[in-house]
Design a protein around this ligand. Structure first.
Ligand code: GTP
Length: 215
């Protein structure tokens, strides 16, 4: 069975529900109160995709403005980014342009991007589905409206992203064990080549010495 692993960076303004989304997906839990993240936390979840296992590392980042430079410094090394806003928080949607600009500048071009409008359950919606969809299309991102609280569309969103990651990134690149064994196989065949080269040289030396002796 193939094993892939991928890093998924979850970003967006403070309070949009990044931690809640990850917590719901990984542990099926939901916490009502808002505990501002002050450090990056990583949770793992494996997902089966047509005979392959994708191990997703979900990086929950800090939304508070003062941590932005730290969060952005992680854009470079990620295979995928989930950008989150809250359907009932207009500002978090308007601020997406800023996030997208940084992603376009810093992230790998092939990184899979997904836009998530969280708090789909909220009665105080200020961002319409069409607005989210339009922005996602403009930046070639997949788009889901979800609710971490009510567990609506959370699994579908992550499954869709996992499928995209598996399509976009070849196994060789993101399978550390495979990479390691390939490296050690390459290393030992290089050693063998060196060894046989040395033996050939040694044989030639012997023959030369014998010729000199006989002559
Ligand atoms: P930072 O760590 O500050 O960046 O915030 P965050 O984006 O991780 O937000 P967090 O997950 O802590 O959620 C913020 C608040 O929104 C909490 O009070 C959650 O209970 C609430 N919340 C999260 N998801 C939902 C949801 O789907 N619906 C509703 N109604 N509330 C939600």
């Amino acid at each position: 069975m193939y094993k892939l692993s991928a890093k998924v960076l979850v970003v967006g303004d403070s309070g949009v529900g990044k931690s809640s989304l990850i917590l719901k997906y990984v542990e099926n839990e939901f916490i009502e109160h808002h505990l501002e993240s002050i450090a990056i936390e990583v949770k793992q979840k494996s997902i089966e995709l047509e005979g392959k296992t994708l191990e997703m590392e979900l990086w929950d980042t800090m939304g508070i403005e003062r941590y932005r430079p730290i969060v952005e410094s992680y854009f470079k090394e990620t295979q995928s980014i989930i950008l989150v806003y809250a359907c009932d928080n207009r500002e978090s949607f308007d601020n997406l342009e800023g996030w997208l600009k940084q992603i376009d500048q810093l992230a790998e071009k092939r990184a899979c991007k997904m836009l998530i409008g969280n708090k789909y359950d909220s009665k105080d919606r200020t961002v319409s589905y069409d607005e989210g969809k339009k922005l996602a299309e403009a930046h070639r991102m997949d788009f889901f409206e979800v609710s971490a609280k009510e567990n609506l569309h959370v699994d579908e969103a992550f499954r869709c992203l996992a499928g995209k990651i598996a399509e976009e990134f070849p196994i060789e690149r993101y399978c550390p064990e495979e990479e390691e064994s390939r490296r050690s196989r390459r290393h030992s065949s290089r050693l063998l080549r060196k060894k046989s080269q040395k033996e050939r040289e040694k044989g030639f030396d012997c023959w030369l010495r014998r010729m000199c002796f006989l002559g």
